[in-house]
Design a protein around this ligand. Structure first.
Ligand code: ATP
Ligand code: MG
Length: 176
């Protein structure tokens, strides 16, 4: 079962990678005043048609061959709604996918964040040709991890270069 927010993030990001996205935006915002945690995802992958948008929110549907149920999206939707939050998914064929999920921070069924740093690291270092924009906001504290900006500094050095990965580990430890 997916009992951590970071596992949901990993799954939704993996969906975008499978859908051939080249740019993936992930925003996590915690607003203790509104008692709301919101996740926003945007990718530029193959997208979905109207029929698909409805079907993917149903746990008994998946396009993966040899597998009857796709659970990533329904699980995220279920968790959001269980905690008193909302879920929405919008897409057009060829236009990528946008997903918003919110959770009530004070709800007893809100899963723990889990290993967010590891999730970011695995996504970035494991997919060095994809650009990621992570944004984490808590009150007025904002942390941004933007691979486009990093590439500009790194030049030809790939995002999965061991020294670069070491730097990312320290950077995430210090800032997140
Ligand atoms: N970002 C996306 N772009 C295009 N299609 C997507 C995207 N996310 C999901 N899909 C489509 O929706 C289906 C359902 O996604 P979901 O995450 O619920 O299940 P899954 O990825 O098939 O299986 P699981 O996540 O349980 O391993 C996917 O198989 C894929 O066809
Ligand atoms: Mg999935």
């Amino acid at each position: 079962m997916m009992d951590e927010i970071s596992s949901h993030i990993m799954d939704i990001a993996m969906n975008a990678i499978t859908a051939k996205a080249k740019n993936i935006e992930i925003a996590i915002a915690a607003d203790p005043k509104k008692a709301l945690l919101t996740l926003f995802f945007k990718d530029d992958g193959v997208g979905m048609d109207k029929n698909m948008v409805e079907k993917v929110q149903d746990p008994f549907f998946s396009t993966k061959t040899g597998k009857k149920v796709g659970l990533g999206i329904p699980l995220l939707k279920g968790t959001a709604e269980t905690t008193g939050g909302n879920f929405s998914l919008s897409s057009e064929p060829g236009q990528g996918v946008e997903i918003r999920a919110s959770f009530r921070l004070n709800h007893p069924d809100l899963p723990p964040m889990g290993k967010l740093k590891d999730t970011i690291l695995v996504l970035v270092a494991g997919n060095p040709d994809i650009d990621f924009m992570f944004k984490y906001t808590l009150y007025d504290k904002e942390f941004i991890f933007d691979t486009v900006a990093m590439r500009a500094i790194l030049g030809d050095v790939p995002l999965n270069d061991p020294e670069v990965v070491k730097f990312f580990i320290n950077y995430l430890d210090e800032n997140l």
